[in-house]
Design a binder for this molecule. Structure first.
Ligand code: GLN
Ligand code: ZN
Length: 770
């Protein structure tokens, strides 16, 4: 039998109980020093390596740990900290690291002054491929130099070796590192920096080899993207150069199919290739065909992006032909780093036992590798019990009436094409809505939430704990709603909201009330830095047992003669920010959610609510990594939105809201959502985002955000006027609304009041002028 090994591309950093988060935050508050923080880091690494050793992995993975982000680690490793931070060189490595990650206070607050000053504002943060993890974006200019500038990686290797572990080190590859960065100089081609970067990688690899490291995993996830030709072409020469000095390199790809890069990836001069067999199972045979027999094939067979148990029989069925075909070594691994899943199910004490039995977090996924490798190697006897448990769980999940509901299936089956269409086209609806609401030109509104004061949070928490009774809780929330309505009336806002006091989070609030969603106690996943999120788990068919928002919204409407806008989260966002089912396409789950939301919209309408907003801030982040997938995704996403929005009469006005994102390349799909009004975040781009809507002649109404809600700074009336004048220049004014960029829940009341007063004042001035 051929050699089989197991390994992982990376492991969660936070610790079983988010020890890293708490230590980081203590350090940032000045409560613990660097040495104490480093000790927490060392303890976590030790525990995580031990878990890998206990699971019988062939190596422990070193270099995946980071105090904030692994890309930021590489900025220090490769000696390319941006000069704008003006480090004197006397600061410690860790303090420079946190300055880059979090900004330098004192230097960072600079609103109003020009952007060219050297400021210590934090590195930009952006999403790591299609995950909810954010990395710090390296900055490049033509004067960027690279040199080995940190020994952290080598120190950690030595640390693992001293603990007696066989080590596989991991590096982000040179091409991905450059590709994921950003040029800070017009006209600079980041690829032109490659020649300066490669010698540093060579040096790092040589040093790892000297330390006795036999395998280095070099991650090049950009091989799963539609790469420009010059980037593709740079791979071969880069890896020839690295091969000279290197220990054996395992080139790691993940998150999407290799497609046109498949042959390239197979033929690079490296000792092994890792592929994501969860996202691209159909490529596995092709990879086995193309990969030379002397190379290691690492198959990412356990889903590193989701929390479900592996279907062992399906996995073995997929692996066997590959094992037969590929004559070299075969390694089994999670599809990608386990960074994107929670630590362990052992910390779940309240989760429904049956649902929990269907799941596997990072620790459990390591065990799955062992079972798969034993079974594939023919040693089923040693894992009989585990195999049986795994098979039993898969069979139970597949047959569970909690997962598959006839009523939900029937509803979807009965859907007809026209279910995603409003009764009339927009111009007709617009006429009816104008007659019904008689709003002034440039109507003012907000995005939904009002300040979540400590009192609100305390009341919600007490209610959840059972310390506050239902009636008392309702009374408290109604008092908050009353306050929000009175404030909005006093400000003179035209379309009011109830303020969302009862909502902890725009996904959790709905997930908790919908069938098919479950919540973990400790299923934390790193989002950025010390920030973790605990996504809901969609495990079964989604249905709405009862109205979710009608009582609060109707209560708000009962207080005022102005229209109150109902507030819902849309199907794509509910899906995107959850762990989703892997036993049916994402589109099928989205459609189920869409029907549940539609019911809520219809119930709001019946309760006398004439305007309903369905938030979809996550539409863009659901885009597949490969362009070819965009069209089908957007078609089903916009259909899901329209299903949720189309159960109402023409004179009910549907709004949607999306936060900061590029819209220009998806404008026709945004228009295809056919919301009567869309509100977007535009102030940070100085209304530039709106220009695209204007050029495109976006047909429906639009509310460009007129101030940044992320800062406590109060905008002046003149600033808002300036932005709105820009807006009026690009979009027909009869289609324009005035609103903030996003919800106000993170703000305090004094600044909120002042900012909205500026906004309403600006609207008045403009109405006079126009
Ligand atoms: N309605 C939500 C709010 O106002 C929207 C939040 C969001 O777009 N992220 O908070
Ligand atoms: Zn928003």
């Amino acid at each position: 039998m051929k050699t089989l090994r197991t390994h992982t591309l990376g492991f969660p950093r936070m610790g079983a109980h988010r020890e890293l988060k708490f230590a980081l935050e203590k350090h940032w508050r000045g409560e613990i020093g660097e040495a104490a923080l480093e000790q927490v880091g060392a303890d976590l690494r030790q525990a995580h390596w031990q878990a890998q050793a206990d699971a019988g992995l062939g190596f422990v993975t070193v270099g995946d740990f980071a105090y904030y982000d692994h890309v930021a680690n590489h900025i220090q490793l490769l000696g390319c900290e941006p000069t704008r931070f003006g480090f004197a060189g006397t600061e410690s490595e860790l303090s420079r690291y946190f300055s880059m990650a979090r900004g330098v206070t004192g230097k960072a607050q600079h609103s109003g002054c020009c952007a060219s000053h050297a400021h210590g504002f934090a590195l930009e943060m952006t999403k790591w491929f299609d995950t909810n993890y954010h990395y710090l974006v390296p900055e490049f200019s033509s004067t960027t130099e690279f040199k080995l500038a940190s020994t952290r990686l080598f120190d950690e290797v030595a640390e693992a070796q001293a603990l007696g572990h066989p080590v596989k080190a991991v590096l982000l590859g040179p091409l991905s590192f450059l590709y994921l960065g950003k040029e800070k100089e017009a006209g600079l081609d980041r690829l032109s920096l490659l020649d300066a970067l490669l010698p540093v990688y060579e040096y790092i690899l040589t040093r790892l080899k000297q330390q006795g490291v036999t395998w280095v995993q070099v991650d090049e996830p950009i091989l799963g993207l539609d790469l420009p030709a010059d980037w593709r072409n740079a791979f071969e020469r880069s890896y020839w150069q690295l091969a000279r000095s290197a220990p054996q390199i395992l080139l790691a790809t993940y998150f999407s199919p290799l497609e046109d890069n498949l042959r390239l990836a197979c033929q690079l001069p490296v000792a092994g290739l890792h592929v994501d067999a969860v996202r691209a199972p159909h490529e596995l045979v092709g990879v086995a065909d193309w990969l030379p027999a002397h190379k290691v094939l690492s198959v990412g067979i356990v889903d590193g992006r989701n929390i479900w148990r592996t279907d062992v029989d399906a996995a073995l069925k997929r692996l066997r032909p590959v094992a037969d075909k590929h004559r070299g070594e075969l390694w089994l691994a999670p599809s990608c780093s386990l960074l994107h899943v929670p630590f362990s199910l052992q910390a779940e004490t309240l989760l429904d036992a049956e649902i929990q039995s269907w799941m596997a977090f990072a620790i459990e996924k390591l065990d799955e590798l062992l079972v798969l490798s034993a079974a594939l190697g023919g040693d089923t006897a040693s894992v009989t019990a585990e195999l049986q448990a795994a098979r039993h769980a898969i069979a139970a999940r597949r047959a569970s009436p909690r997962v598959h509901r006839a009523d939900v299936a029937l509803r979807i089956a009965r859907a007809v094409d026209s279910d995603d269409k409003r009764q009339s086209a927009f111009p007709q609806r617009q006429r009816l809505q104008r007659a019904r609401f008689a709003l002034p030109p440039l109507p003012t509104t907000t995005i939904g939430s009002f300040p979540q004061t400590p009192a609100i949070r305390a009341a919600r928490a007490a209610f959840k704990r059972g310390a506050l009774g239902e009636a008392d809780y309702r009374q408290k929330m109604e008092a908050e709603i009353t306050l929000a309505v009175r404030e909005q009336e006093a400000l003179g806002i035209d379309v009011l909201v109830h303020g969302e006091a009862e909502r902890n989070d725009m996904v959790e609030y709905f997930g908790e009330q919908l069938d098919g969603f479950a919540f973990t106690e400790n299923g934390w996943v790193q989002s950025y830095g010390s920030r973790c999120v605990k996504p809901p788990v969609i495990y079964g068919d989604v249905a709405r047992p009862r109205a979710m928002t009608v009582a609060w919204t109707a209560f708000a409407q009962s207080l005022t003669t102005k229209p109150v806008k109902g507030m819902l989260t849309g199907p794509i966002t509910l899906l995107q920010w959850s762990f989703v089912r892997d036993d049916q396409p994402r589109s099928a789950t989205t459609e189920q959610i869409a029907w549940a939301i539609r019911d809520e919209v219809v119930d709001l309408e019946s309760a006398g609510i004439g305007i309903v907003q369905i938030d979809e801030p996550a539409i863009r982040e659901g885009l597949p990594l490969r362009r070819a997938g965009w069209k089908p995704y957007l078609a089903q996403a916009t259909r899901a939105f329209r299903i949720s929005a189309s159960g109402v009469a023409d004179d009910t006005q549907i709004h949607t809201h999306m936060c900061y994102s590029e819209f220009n390349d998806i404008l026709s799909e945004i228009a295809a959502m056919d919301a009567d009004v869309i509100t977007i975040e535009t102030s940070r781009s100085d209304m530039e985002l709106l220009r695209g809507f204007g050029d495109f002649q976006y047909p429906n109404e639009i509310g460009p955000g007129v101030y940044d809600i992320h800062s406590p700074r109060v905008p002046t009336q003149d600033e808002i006027l300036r932005l709105m004048r820009k807006a009026v220049a690009v979009v027909p004014r009869e289609n324009l609304w005035i609103n903030p960029d996003c919800g106000l829940k993170t703000r305090g009341w004094p600044e909120t009041r002042a900012a909205l007063a500026s906004m309403v004042g600006a609207a008045k001035v403009l109405r006079e002028e126009l």
